[in-house]
Design a protein around this ligand. Structure first.
Ligand SMILES: Cc1ncc(C[n+]2csc(CCOP(=O)(O)OP(=O)(O)O)c2C)c(N)n1
Ligand SMILES: [Mg+2]
Length: 319
């Protein structure tokens, strides 16, 4: 197997990372304009993990996201129009306007949902992987979650059972070293989070989450390992949250110089652009296309249909 991606593949990944970045910036702009309700979390700085991992999944695999879901869902194939329409609460949205930012669902495209409950996607991932295992289907279930989520009970229960039952599951930890405004040093006694998986006897991989090629190759290995019946894998990606925890977060708790340094040195888009030595001539159309798609998604969403008030109780199970 080749251990290097082609320039064409990397350019495709770069274009998608830029699209996700422009989409998130557009969401923040519309949120500040008062057009979007609820709490929204951008994954600015974490795009290489979303793109590198989701493009390693097969067409029948499943992915569970987190509260910071826009990048995962777009990278997993949901058109930006459908994500934006969901943020505007329209029935053209991927959850038909019932969900919003933290409840983006698109099961047909392999997305089991964003999740407002930290660690909430992990039990669903283990349940899916158990179903694949029992049905002898060559499918893999994958969960994204943050460093903060590894403190939660469902994380430990999920990894325990996945390893015990040798399930085809992949657990992708996006370690941005923050849990809301709490730095890792104040919520975790260790910094090498692979130890949490090794404690269950689980195979663990540890990569720089700002390098999309490294992430993608590791995700391919992890998914292949799980699919071939060798058991679950923990994939730890060291990443950076280059923005607030939520849109509107003033980040008063954060060292501004450190954030500036990270933006200059750890932006996955800047580093890939430099590595590919893109000329302005190659960069400008790629960037313009990302802006066009992000702008068009807002137009699409605003022209969408509001759900009817009488439909509010649809899809609710009453016992
Ligand atoms: C069970 C639960 N506890 C607490 C919260 C509040 N909360 C929302 S996001 C968050 C931080 C999660 O940190 P991490 O898992 O590292 O993800 P990140 O935000 O860094 O991407 C917390 C504590 C929640 N939504 N659910
Ligand atoms: Mg975190």
């Amino acid at each position: 197997m080749t251990r290097e991606l082609s320039r064409e593949q990397l350019l495709g990944f770069l274009a998608e990372m830029v699209l996700i970045r422009r989409f998130e910036e557009k969401v923040e702009e519309r949120f500040r304009a008062g057009e979007l309700a609820g709490f929204l979390h951008a994954a600015i700085g974490q795009e290489a993990v979303a793109v590198g991992v989701c493009h390693a999944l097969g067409p029948d695999d499943l992915m569970a996201s987190t509260h910071r879901a826009h990048a995962h869902v777009i990278a997993n194939g949901t058109p930006p129009n459908e994500v934006m329409a969901e943020l505007y609460g329209k029935i053209e949205g991927c959850s038909h306007g019932y969900g919003g930012s933290m409840h983006l669902y698109d099961v047909g495209r392999g997305t089991m949902g964003a999740n407002a409950v930290v660690g909430g996607g992990l039990p669903a991932t283990v349940g899916s992987a158990l179903a694949f295992h029992l049905r002898h289907e060559p499918r893999v279930a994958l969960a994204f979650f943050g460093d903060g989520a590894t403190n939660i009970g469902t994380f430990h229960e999920s990894l325990n059972l996945a390893q015990l039952w040798n399930l085809p599951a992949v657990f992708v930890c996006e370690n941005n070293r923050w849990s809301e405004s709490t730095p890792q040093s104040q919520h975790q006694p260790i910094t090498d989070l692979t130890q949490r998986a090794v404690a269950f006897g689980m195979h663990a991989l540890h990569v720089d989450g700002q390098d999309v090629e490294t992430v993608h190759l590791a995700a391919l290995d992890a998914i292949e390992h799980a699919r071939s019946g060798r058991g679950p894998v923990f994939l730890l990606c060291e990443t950076e949250r280059l923005t607030g925890h939520y849109m509107g977060d003033a980040q008063v708790y954060r060292d501004k110089e450190e954030l500036k340094r990270l933006r200059e040195t750890r932006d996955p888009i800047t580093s890939l652009r430099e590595r590919l030595a893109l000329s302005e001539k190659d960069w400008l159309p790629l960037e313009a296309e990302a802006r066009r798609v992000a702008d068009a998604s807002v137009e699409f969403a605003k022209a969408g249909t509001d759900p009817k008030p009488e439909d509010a109780l649809k899809n609710i199970y009453v016992t």
